[in-house]
Design a protein around this ligand. Structure first.
Ligand SMILES: CC(C)(COP(=O)(O)OP(=O)(O)OC[C@H]1O[C@@H](n2cnc3c(N)ncnc32)[C@H](O)[C@@H]1OP(=O)(O)O)[C@@H](O)C(=O)NCCC(=O)NCCS
Length: 173
């Protein structure tokens, strides 16, 4: 780990190429086959809520948020989420998730959905049980579909198909 801690800030439009390169290194070409990618393609992330970890001029971690609907409920899709290989295992991944969720909560959002390992995300407030009746576009291991409620009751009776919406809609949460 670097001696000075990285600084976590909102994503800027100019960060795009560095974030794409980081995501490519972390996931490889398989990233485009993911069901969640169907919700991201052709869309911009909600940049003011998406988080990057900066170390000097380098971006060493990112957690992006995209605007979605789950049935008739507005929500945010978290991901891609990645930390540079050499910087892993020091808590930066968890810090990025906490920061992104806090930004979303501060902006008035009620729900964050992601596809990931519950063992990693449960301590960060995500649960598969909340997402049992949530359907992603394309094949996915349903046990990896996780939701975190940012407001009390926001995930009650959550069900429906997930679809992408424009980032501007998320501004009006
Ligand atoms: C997932 C990732 C962002 C975690 O970053 P990180 O900075 O290492 O995360 P943290 O340091 O906060 O947490 C590390 C801990 O989580 C565990 N962990 C990391 N990824 C995990 C996963 N997918 N499933 C379960 N546990 C995981 C590690 O074993 C470690 O546990 P330990 O502290 O008990 O040793 C990073 O490993 C990465 O970029 N991986 C490749 C891309 C990826 O898989 N993204 C997530 C898609 S859902």
């Amino acid at each position: 780990m670097s001696i000075n801690p990285p600084v976590l800030t909102a994503e800027n439009p100019a960060d795009g190429p560095a974030i794409d390169a980081l995501i490519d290194r972390a996931f490889g070409p398989g990233r485009y086959a993911k069901a969640a990618e169907r919700l991201r393609e052709g869309r911009d992330p909600v940049r003011e809520l998406s988080v990057v970890a900066r170390f000097g001029d380098a971006i060493i971690g990112c957690a992006r948020l995209y605007a979605i609907m789950i049935g008739s409920t507005p929500a945010l899709l978290l991901g891609p989420f990645a930390v540079e290989h050499a910087e892993r295992g020091n808590g930066l991944g968890a810090a990025l998730i906490r920061h992104a969720c806090a930004a979303a909560q501060g902006a008035g959002h009620g729900l964050v959905l992601l596809v990931g390992d519950e063992a990693f995300f449960a301590p960060l407030g995500f649960a598969g049980a909340l997402a049992r009746r949530v359907m992603l576009p394309g094949p996915v291991d349903q046990r990896r579909v996780l939701v975190r409620a940012l407001k009390a009751g926001a995930a009650d009776d959550l069900s429906g198909s997930v679809r992408a919406v424009s980032a501007q809609i998320a501004d009006n949460a």
